[in-house]
Design a binder for this molecule. Structure first.
Ligand code: ADP
Length: 661
């Protein structure tokens, strides 16, 4: 609008110039200036101006009036533009019209400015309102932000609190875990200690009953003694289970792999269970392949003994079958199948849990601790294997386990592959033994058992006394308890070895763990025997470490082919009674020899020798019979020959007693 006004003013000036000096140039300048005013007018109709002031009616009308003025002026100029003369004459009218355009445009400039001013004020007000809104939004955002921060702060506080609580909880948990662990350790220790404490007197009971059985008992006394012995064995099994379990619990399971021939294992199992199977009238069928595997022999045996023991216990009649199979070259599967009572499917999941016995809550005819299978499972899983059962009530059970083992190759049966001590060879030993044991009863029992085999026994109540005894006297064998006051068996053995004593030392302990065995061997002991000390164990120790009397093996003293059937026919008690009679025969013979003129007085002692020979041969005392016959045949008999016969009779009777028990 301002430019329209300016162009209008220039047009007025151009007209004034042309009026003063009407030349073609000045006239042309008028026409040119008018064209500019005209072009402005078209802009006013359609340009920003029209757009901006559309809302203002007054301005629109003023602009329209201005446009009419300009169009009017255009008509006039267009009418004279080709005629300079007429143009010159029209100049004063044109000037008036141009001034009106100038004035109108001036008014419009003013009106426009006013309008713009109002618009600006309105704009500012709007801006202020917008700012206000913005401020509100900013304030709201800030508030929101602040709220978020407060919220986050609270959340953080909660998180920190939770974290602290978690830390406290986990500390409390680990404290509880520690307490639980301590409680479990205490339980294991308690069980181990109690088992030990029970084992020690049990040792005395079993040993003393063994001695009692070897003496002259009436049949019902012998039967009761056997009952005590069997009950002792059962109690010992229970204690062994508890001890084993508590040991597994406290220390986990440790394993030592070694080559094991499955055929030797089969032989061993057949030997171990032979008597029980015969007594239970059960068949036994074992099918193991001839392979050598690397595994923990002791643990494998422990599991098998338990499974087979159970199978025998729970099978009233039929067969126990054992099968072993190599799996894909790196595993072993063993199955123990019985034709016994079976186990209900619902009970099977509980089987391998601690102290679990199934179907036996109301009546427990079989005894046991309910630990055997739990121990077996621990061992098998500890070795990286699995154990399970397939069974149905009345259909028998198949207990199986699979172990990862290294297959070392084929292994035919080996000689002497059976574990344990060599079987006893003789029943009399000429040997000097030092027995170190602190428990007076057990000491007396072990001493009596050793003496019943002819050994000369010196006792020591502790390790120190044993070491002292060895300094002053020589012994062929030391039997050493492990746990003793003053000096225990381990230290005593180490001391002996340091002092240079090479005498064999056999350790005795109530703790029958593998690590105890290792401790014994590390200390320099030669062997290790788990209590209780039984007649069989003493016989095994002596067979290994002592020399039989006169180098006479039992086979020479006794004729087992004669002894066994007569023992079976007469029964143990009657046989033992007859041995007593034989002893008396021997004593009366000696009396006759002493009372007669001398050994040459054959008329007197021949009948007694004859009787002795007959009785001894009948009862299987082969050497006595032979010796008696030798004396009868001899022309001249020295007194010492009778002495030797008496001694031979003594040891033969002891051997026969041992064989009969
Ligand atoms: P226990 O010392 O009582 O024999 P185990 O853990 O060895 O403890 O066995 C747990 C229970 O599982 C037994 O009491 C018996 O009820 C059941 N059981 C184990 N083996 C057999 C089997 N071969 N036949 C039937 N039942 C069995």
């Amino acid at each position: 609008m301002f430019q329209t006004h300016r162009e209008a003013s220039r047009l007025v000036d151009a007209i004034l110039v042309a009026e003063a000096d009407p030349t073609p140039q000045t006239l042309d300048a008028v026409r040119l200036n008018f064209d500019l005013v005209y072009s402005r007018m078209t802009l006013l109709a359609a340009g920003i101006f029209a757009e901006t002031f559309r809302g203002s009616e007054q301005l629109q009308m003023d602009a329209k009036a201005l446009r009419i003025e300009i169009l009017d002026l255009a008509d006039k100029i267009d009418g004279v533009v080709g005629n300079p003369e007429a143009f010159t004459q029209a100049l004063p009218h044109l000037q008036r019209d141009a001034r009106r355009v100038q004035d109108r445009s001036n008014d419009l400039v003013i009106a426009t400015n006013e309008r713009l001013g109002t618009a600006r004020t309105e704009g500012r007000a709007q801006l202020l309102t917008d700012y206000g809104r913005l401020a509100t939004v900013v304030a709201a955002t800030t508030l929101l932000f602040a709220a978020t921060i407060v919220l986050q702060f609270n959340q953080m506080k909660t998180i920190l609190l939770t974290q602290r609580q978690l830390r406290e909880l986990s500390a409390r948990n680990s404290e509880s875990a520690k307490l639980a662990r301590a409680a479990s350790d205490a339980k294991s220790l308690f069980l181990a200690t109690m088992s030990h404490e029970i084992r020690t007197p049990l040792n005395g009971i079993i040993g003393a009953v063994d001695l009692l059985i070897g003496t002259d008992l009436k049949p019902e006394q012998a039967q009761r003694a056997q009952t005590i012995r069997r009950s002792g064995d059962i109690l010992l099994d229970v204690i062994n289970d508890i001890l084993d379990y508590s040991n597994l619990d406290a220390n986990g399971v440790t394993y030592q792999n070694a080559p094991v021939s499955l055929l030797d294992l089969a032989d061993l199992l057949t030997d171990v269970f032979h008597q029980r199977l015969v007594a239970a009238k059960l068949g036994f069928d074992i099918d193991f392949p001839p392979v050598l595997v690397s595994t923990d022999d002791m643990r494998l045996r422990q599991v098998l003994l338990n499974l087979i023991g159970n199978a025998i216990k729970f099978t009233p009649k039929g067969v126990i079958s054992l099968r072993a199979r190599v799996l894909d070259g790196s595993g072993l599967r063993i199955e123990v199948q019985d034709s016994g009572v079976g186990i209900a499917e619902a009970d099977q999941p509980r089987l391998f849990q601690n102290f679990s016995q199934v179907g036996a809550s109301s009546a427990r005819p079989f005894g046991g601790t309910g630990l055997g299978l739990a121990i077996s499972k621990r061992i098998v899983t500890g070795m990286g294997g699995t154990i399970g059962v397939e069974s149905a009530v009345g259909q028998g059970s198949t207990f199986w386990f699979e172990l990862p083992v290294e297959i070392l190759g084929d292994a035919p049966r080996t000689e002497g592959g059976k574990a344990g001590f060599a079987p006893p060879q003789a029943s009399r030993y000429d040997t000097r033994i030092l027995l170190a044991e602190d428990n007076a009863i057990n000491r007396e029992v072990a001493k009596a058992l050793l003496e019943s085999f002819g050994a000369t026994v010196t006792t020591a109540p502790d390790g120190q006394a044993a070491v002292d005894a060895l300094r002053w006297a020589s012994f062929d064998l030391v039997i050493m308890d492990l746990q003793m006051p003053v000096m225990d068996g381990i230290v005593a053995t180490q001391t002996l070895r340091q002092l240079g004593f090479g005498v064999p030392v056999v350790g005795l302990t109530a703790n029958a763990f593998a690590q105890d065995r290792q401790r014994c061997l590390d200390a320099g002991m030669t062997e290790f025997v788990a209590k209780p000390v039984t007649r069989e164990k003493i016989a095994a120790i002596l067979a290994e470490f002592a020399s039989p009397v006169d180098g006479d093996p039992e086979g020479d003293l006794l004729d087992m082919n004669q002894l066994r059937p007569i023992l079976e026919d007469l029964g143990q008690q009657l046989y033992l009674d007859l041995l007593v009679n034989l002893e008396e025969d021997g004593q009366s013979l000696m009396r006759v020899v002493a009372e007669s003129a001398g050994p040459q007085d054959t008329d007197k002692h021949d009948p007694a020798l004859h009787a002795l020979k007959g009785a001894a041969a009948t009862l299987g005392l082969k050497r006595v019979g032979e010796k008696a016959q030798e004396l009868r045949d001899a022309k001249v008999i020295g007194a010492e020959a009778f002495g030797a016969l008496a001694k031979l009779l003594d040891i033969s009777i002891a051997a026969a007693r041992a064989a009969a028990s």
